[in-house]
Design a binder for this molecule. Sequence first.
Ligand code: UDP
Ligand code: MG
Length: 339
Amino acid sequence: MISIVIPCFNEEAVLSQLASRLVAAADQWNEPWEAICVDDGSRDSTWTRLEEIARSDSRWKLVRFARNFGHQKAVSAGLAHAKGDAVFVIDADLQDPPEELYRFIDKWREGYEVVYAVRRKRKEVWYKRMCYYLFYRGLSLLSQTTIPLDSGDFCIMDQKVVSVLREMPEQNRFIRGMRAWAGFRQIGIEYERHARAAGVPQYTFKKLLQLASDGVLSFSTIPLRLATYLGLAVSSIAFFGAAFTLLQRWMGDWFASIGLAPAPGFATIVISVLFLGGVQLVCVGIIGEYIGRIYEEVKGRPLWIESDTVGIYPAAMGKEGPNHLRPLSVNSDSIRKAS
Ligand code: UDP
Ligand code: MG
């Protein structure tokens, strides 16, 4: 069986089109399939629309989050529920065309455990394209795991890889990185990323920035080392500066003869103090970013909370044994009673 994981956040405009195109494409595969839609706390009629789809076609399974937990957690929840031998991750907005999915299945049948999509072209505004371009190059410089360039979450994964991802308890999830980290036989397929079929992008600039920093900080400790290098570089410059100033004071006459007479060094002091202060703040900030993430992990909260499901049982706490890091599920009745 093939599972298709679809995170949906305020996607009412696109769902009927998605359902018809996906069903048409999937019925050609000659494989049983299920679609798992995760409603990431939508504020529009996404859930009602999804329920309508699921009512008429039991291959559609639904999960509803108690609030907006973000795309990466929605995908994780979908993966937690996916029973298929291979699992697709696609966006709801049809930027990843369902008609192309069979190419991924072919590669998977050839024996690749991960077949990810590489964007040949993006239909986005130029500055967004430039940011993506720079981010992926910067990430590959910094990251200690080789993460393929220009590949998003759109992919098919073997159940083996999915179970590895399920076992990874981190809060700050960067799925394309975790997927690369897992290893196995991986291959990229080029495709053209289409424009959104309907609706507006749900990834705000803030969410993209969050994702980018998760990508770098969860896969690299180089920024921490960078802080050390920066500190060392600046201290050595400061050391030479201090030596120069001292010499200038001791051998004032000689320095004056070559045109470097000691001046009342107010500007120098202000500049060096500000500069050093800036560098220290940057370094403290970098360390703080990591500590913040450690704190998130240490709290050990559930990654997401499911308030409703259709066609599947909630991702129960500890299918594989009790584990407080597993997604917590409550059904809507117990929520109502509690409140
Ligand atoms: N999405 C989500 N939660 C969010 C933001 C987005 O589940 O908080 C889903 C959204 O419904 C879509 C996918 O993630 O299926 C990609 O989002 P979007 O199209 O807005 O991002 P972009 O294509 O601009 O990167
Ligand atoms: Mg999109």
